[in-house]
Design a protein around this ligand. Sequence first.
Ligand code: NDP
Length: 512
Amino acid sequence: MTILQLFIDSTFSDSESGNTRDIEYPADSTIHLTAAEASSADAERAIAAARREFDSGQWRHTTVAHRGDILRKVARRLLKDKETIARLETFDTGKTYAECEMDVDDVASVFSYYADQATASNGRVVDPSVPGISSKIVTEPVGVCVLITPWNYPLLQASWKVAPALLAGNSIILKPSELTPSTTHYLVKVLIEEGVEPAAVQLLLGAGADIGPTLTESPDVDMVSFTGGLETGRTIMKSAAGTVKRVALELGGKNPNVIFADADLPAAIDNALTAVFLDSGQVCSAGARLVVEESIHDKVVDELVRRAREIRVGDPFDSATETGSLISSEHRQKVHTYVERAREQGATLLCGGEIPEGDLAKGYFYPPTILDRCDQSMDCVHDESFGPVLTVETFSGDSDEEREKNAIAIANDTIYGLAGAVWTADASRAERVARQLRHGTIWINDYHPYVPHAEWGGMKQSGNGRELGPTGLAEYLEIKHIWHNTQPAVAGWFANSEDASATAGEANSGDN
Ligand code: NDP
């Protein structure tokens, strides 16, 4: 079996220790791949190589137009290799092949979008209105950027970081999840083959807990961009504090999907299913909290349960399958424990909630699960279970105004603030509610779509900074003010300045 290798100092190689890790296909728990397992020594080598490259300026001193052209080639190549990449992603994640194909389209759009940004204006002139002064704001790459990504959308999450970081001229060190290395490894090969300076890209595979501190504490790393869970985000923020490096965090979410009684119910119900059960709920923006007006609760929930029971869970490569497996046995157990605890805490299980037997027992499948009559006292409502589990809360009130206020209060009652949705036929209410929800993305009468042009990111403990859009590029740029005095003169602040001026004058005339 071939071993996926690290990429350090322009060379694919095994880890220094020779250690490897077997990668499972979560849909049947067989080993489908072996990957090199990096240690701290490999991380040190990667940091040193990235630092050397950035300081030598090979990649950053190419023109931004050149870097944009390369990103465009990368986009084309990814589309050309879509089938191969989607297969790799399916084997690593257990997601349906159809979904992985769509992910590759999204990844290519991200590279194309940032290729287009190469022509956007870089820097600006400011006019301080001082004679002889030219003053300008310029942008520069941040430096050595460590890019750490999770297992749920391995290539997509990498693209949100890699494309802007490389366009800006940074030197990058990529660290995908230990569970899903394949497509990031493939991306590195594509980057190099399509013309990115090899020395500007390092790839480390292996356990974040082992090599993470080396990367995040190093004084030679200028930035860490991380997507993953809240606890890991907190750890990274603390370990980066010692060197005050730039930290961008895209963390979890506990996202409310609010349905008012006047909503288009067939659309709201259908989208409520996609909101939470897409990719078996392993989506940071999953609409895992249904917040529904009490008067339509039964109608909505009965239909959701009927439809959820019909969702076809199974073989990710079967085109009839609608959702695949969870990522690992450990993760499925975590999800199941949330469901069991919710029942102990008073929630009513309406469907799902059992680990499947029979054909599905080989993999880490979990059925679409709905828990009714939930509230904030339950762990499954305030924690991110990150599985196919929908919790149902209701709101009511004596007036429209009161119902609206109560819905907003419930939807905002979370430490997270990543995404949410509101369903109503009343456009002005929709706008009012959208403005008051403390989440980074709000959908009105929709759920899940995103475009690379629009910023993505969280409020509160869902993170800081933004990916995508122009802000997603700005994250990887330093801003510098250059003040150029074309008529230098003595400042005249200190007492001897006139003497200094005279001395300088004499010296100058002597020279002449
Ligand atoms: P984790 O936080 O467990 O891991 C994310 C990445 O961090 C992995 O590469 C992991 O490596 C690495 N890591 C682990 N420990 C450290 C450390 N001490 N220092 C540096 N890196 C470390 O998240 P998951 O992979 O479980 O991903 C799921 C989470 O990601 C969910 O909470 C989800 O909401 C969030 N997410 C957020 C998104 C957003 O846009 N806001 C988008 C997608 C997911 P290893 O795999 O080896 O442990």
